[in-house]
Design a protein around this ligand. Structure first.
Ligand SMILES: C[S@@+](CC[C@H](N)C(=O)[O-])C[C@H]1O[C@@H](n2cnc3c(N)ncnc32)[C@H](O)[C@@H]1O
Length: 348
């Protein structure tokens, strides 16, 4: 545990991760180790060639093959790290930081922690003076997340706690009522956690929910309205369309990530406050619990990786964390070259 975050700029050092791009554009991610070696069928690249070189240098293997060496950005890291559950994509993480107004020094609650992708963005945004309380009901996912965070930051930061358990049960004993600035829910059934969230949030604090389907979005919006404890929820989705820009061929790329999830935000009202716009008669579009239940059937189950795949990801995350902390041999991993082949699944 440490307050120090791994340096994200400057010359490469042992323990740093480096992305190596060869002549064919293939990407490999390596954790640097004194006297370590990166083996490919094109020869051997000594880690010592990279250590001490400035970020974004070109380094050469024993066979004279050149590689561009880049320190992975957080975006690169989260897209290639081992996964337990599906991750929040960078485009959504950026919106979460903005819409939830995550600030340096904030006290933030997050559930579930899944693979730790969003935890990394939140830790970066709150800085060393903030505090992140993450909750995850599956121990294996918490293990993957802790490994990923340690691998990227070089250590598990002391201002981050991961509690294994259900948020609805664990949150009341983990934080003082009214002490939390922001709550971020990325889970199948956020409507089950609204009461504990309301108790934890300070008046004016922000709740943001990341939700995969319209049925879940509707359900959480209606459940949140019924509490009478929050401002009117705002909902959105974020689409990022990348462009091909080369000479006169300037056009949108043929492929894009079509859907990941929706965001819903609301702010905690002060005790007893009833905003003027909420003093309205129920509209004909209001519907009952039974209607909502019928619309969000039990078939909305969590999508689970196989036990074998999960065990492999836990091992990979731990190995990467140990390598980053200098406790084991260098790790060499193949990273996906095409992020879009790994779209977030619609369900958890
Ligand atoms: C989609 S994943 C979260 C991904 C994570 N935000 C990331 O970026 O890596 C959802 C996680 O929520 C967890 N979860 C679902 N309901 C929960 C609850 N009530 N309390 C704690 N964790 C929960 C699941 O086990 C799962 O790991």
């Amino acid at each position: 545990m440490t307050d120090a975050f791994r340096r994200q700029s400057g010359p490469f050092r042992a323990g740093d991760r480096v992305q190596l791009t060869g002549p064919k554009g293939h990407l490999n991610t390596v954790t640097l180790k004194e006297d370590g070696e990166f083996h490919t069928h094109r020869g051997i690249l000594s880690h010592n060639t990279v250590i001490g070189a400035p970020d974004a240098s070109v380094v050469t293997s024993t066979n004279g093959i050149e590689y561009l060496a880049l320190r992975p950005l957080l975006t690169d890291f989260v897209m290639s790290m081992p996964r337990g559950a599906a991750i929040v994509y960078p485009k959504d993480a950026a919106q979460i930081l903005a819409q939830a107004d995550i600030f340096p020094g904030a006290t933030v609650v997050e559930a579930g922690v899944g693979s730790g992708a969003l935890s990394l963005w939140l830790l970066r945004a709150i800085g060393t003076t903030g505090r992140l309380h993450s909750f995850e009901r599956r121990q294996e996912f918490a293990d993957v997340a802790e490994g990923n965070v340690a691998a990227f930051l070089g250590a598990v930061p002391s201002n981050w706690t991961v509690t294994v358990g259900d948020l609805a049960e664990s949150l009341p004993t983990a934080v003082e009522p009214g002490s939390v600035d922001r709550v971020v829910l990325d889970m199948l059934a956020p409507w089950e956690c609204l009461d504990v969230t309301a108790d934890a949030l300070t008046p004016g604090g922000v709740l943001i929910c990341y939700i995969a389907t319209v049925t879940q979005l509707s359900r959480v919006a209606e459940a949140l309205r019924r509490t009478g404890l929050f401002t009117e929820p705002q909902s959105s989705e974020t689409m990022v369309r990348t462009w091909h820009v080369e000479g006169l061929a300037v056009r949108p790329d043929h492929r894009m990530i079509g859907h990941t999830g929706f965001l819903l935000t609301a702010r905690r009202l002060a005790p007893g406050a009833i905003p003027p716009q909420l003093k309205r008669r129920p509209s004909k579009t209001d519907y009952s619990d039974a209607d909502v239940e019928a619309w969000t059937p039990g078939s909305l189950g969590e999508r689970q990786p196989t036990d074998k795949a999960l065990r492999k990801n836990v091992r990979e995350a731990h190995a990467a964390a140990e390598a980053a902390m200098g406790a084991s041999d260098a790790v060499t991993t193949e990273a996906p070259t095409d992020d879009q082949s790994d779209n977030r699944e619609p369900l958890e």
